[in-house]
Design a protein around this ligand. Structure first.
Ligand code: SF4
Length: 472
């Protein structure tokens, strides 16, 4: 029987939560992120004011998305570039694939881009016999393992150096004896260097599309982005339509805030702006320059006034890093391109609420994600809205709807509430006294399977309250 996405999630979550090696790797990664993030925030004079400014810029951009995208397109086309509007993943992949075939491309080098993961661009090209090299080190590692990125900023954070050394020995060079990161990096660099100089096409994403300048802004730490976009004769930018921002000067706050939230850096090592194909007199850059603007469900989200702000996301990964659920179950468990809180909010919009409604429940609703988001997206309330939308659109099970109707009836009647509390207290006390906590008979078994049951009081809070008031 085929498993549903929700069943896979629960199964993988149980496996990952019990995998102590995995949890230790993630804990270490997150500890060093937390320290760097705190230090980075302290570097900015007024972090809250910076967040508010970023929110304002993105709100302006998303509220006037059509105008800014057209302005961006006009500038790119005026410099000899091409802009293609892709309504969905199929159209975006078909455009890049046909372009590659028409121009005789055999090898592609790619820098990190979550949109290309979302639309499954690499498999689409590889089905045509085109070799695709991921050139971000983390992406290169997960490509060798034939798996999806684990995290939107650090794709291979779930692996330690020993696991990477073993992988490189198996896939690249059986003679590798060291697991020193510098040595492993050198192996990857040698391999990728060949690819950079043989590829006919470079594919990148975009962190921002600047409307008034017609510029694609890319932040990287490894320099691979610059090599992908300047050495091959063709450069294709594949990006979501929500990446547009109004003005060049907006980068002055967005770039440092993105770097601080993403990795704790003041600014990423390479902050690149590309304004179209190579112009006469310029020494580098691609002669052919294409931008694929991917919609793939974003316009529908734009039409949703309540959740439109989800399009403000600058993919910094901060909400993943702080999320207690992500820290336990890890990125792959979500089974989506975008994991963590932002993925749980966004995926039902991109891939359907019917299949991905369970992600709205993969949250403690602690609100940590909203408090850390640099563009102030109210993530945990959007999770609640997704739960409500799932219920209203009747994609939930009828048994679940019946249970919640009963729950509502009990919660809105004081006498039924008191009776329900009394019955549950009696039943659970008896079960626990018989040592049956966590068994199939225990309605609290999901909780009690892993914990000692909380001792239940003999009387309700309301009864104690009444007694205390009478005594005082
Ligand atoms: S929702 Fe906010 S915190 Fe999460 S990735 Fe997007 S910008 Fe970063």
């Amino acid at each position: 029987m085929t498993q549903t996405a929700a069943q896979r999630f629960l199964q993988d979550a149980a496996v990952k939560s019990a995998d102590l090696v995995h949890r230790e790797i993630i804990r270490r990664g997150m500890d060093s992120y937390d320290a760097a993030h705190l230090k980075g925030r302290a570097r900015i004079k007024d972090w809250e004011a910076a967040r508010e400014k970023c929110q304002e810029i993105k709100r302006d951009a998303i509220n006037h998305l059509d105008r800014f995208l057209l302005q961006f397109e006009e500038k790119v086309v005026a410099r000899g570039g091409h802009v293609y509007w892709a309504a969905n993943a199929e159209e975006a992949c078909a455009y890049v694939k046909n372009l590659a075939i028409r121009l005789g491309v055999r090898t592609v080098v790619k820098s990190k881009s979550m949109v290309t993961e979302e639309i499954h661009l690499s498999p689409a090209l590889e089905r045509e016999g085109i070799k695709v090299w991921e050139t971000d080190l983390g992406e290169f590692i997960v490509q060798l393992r034939n798996e999806a990125p684990y995290h939107i900023v650090t794709p291979a954070m779930h692996l330690n150096r020993g696991q990477i050394a073993t992988l490189f020995r198996e896939k690249l060079d059986p003679g590798i004896s060291s697991d020193d990161p510098a040595d492993l990096m050198a192996v990857a660099r040698r391999k990728l260097r060949e690819a950079f100089f043989t590829a006919e096409m470079g594919i990148s994403g975009a962190n921002f599309l600047v409307a008034d300048a017609g510029v694609v802004a890319i932040s990287t730490n490894e320099g691979n982005g610059r090599l992908c976009t300047s050495i091959p004769p063709i450069h294709v930018v594949v990006t979501g339509i929500e990446k547009v921002i109004p003005r060049l000067e907006d980068l002055a706050v967005l770039w440092p805030v993105l770097a601080t939230s993403g990795t704790g850096q003041g600014i990423t090592t390479y902050s690149t702006m590309i304004a179209g194909p190579r112009q006469s007199g310029e020494v580098d850059g691609a002669g052919e320059f294409h931008v694929v603007l991917v919609d793939n469900g974003r316009s529908q989200l734009l039409a949703d006034a309540e959740q439109r702000e989800v399009l403000h996301c600058i993919r910094c990964g901060a909400c993943l890093n702080i999320c207690p659920v992500f820290r336990h179950v890890g990125g792959h468990t979500y089974g989506t391109t975008y994991p963590g809180p932002i993925g749980s909010v966004l995926t039902p919009h991109l891939n359907g609420i019917g299949e991905f409604k369970h992600l709205s429940y993969a949250s403690s609703l602690c609100g940590a994600c909203s408090s850390v988001c640099p563009v102030k997206i109210d993530l945990h309330h959007h999770l609640l809205q997704n739960r409500r939308n799932a219920t209203e659109s009747r994609v939930t099970k009828s048994s679940e709807r019946v249970i919640f109707r009963m729950w509502r009836a009990v919660m809105s009647s004081p006498s039924m509430y008191a009776l329900g509390g009394w019955t549950m207290r009696k039943a659970l006390r008896t079960l626990y006294a018989l040592g049956l906590a966590g068994t199939i008979l225990d309605p609290m078994r999901v909780w009690n399977r892993y914990r000692a049951p909380v001792p239940l009081p003999s009387e309700s809070f309301r009864a104690r309250w009444r007694k205390d008031r009478a005594a005082s």
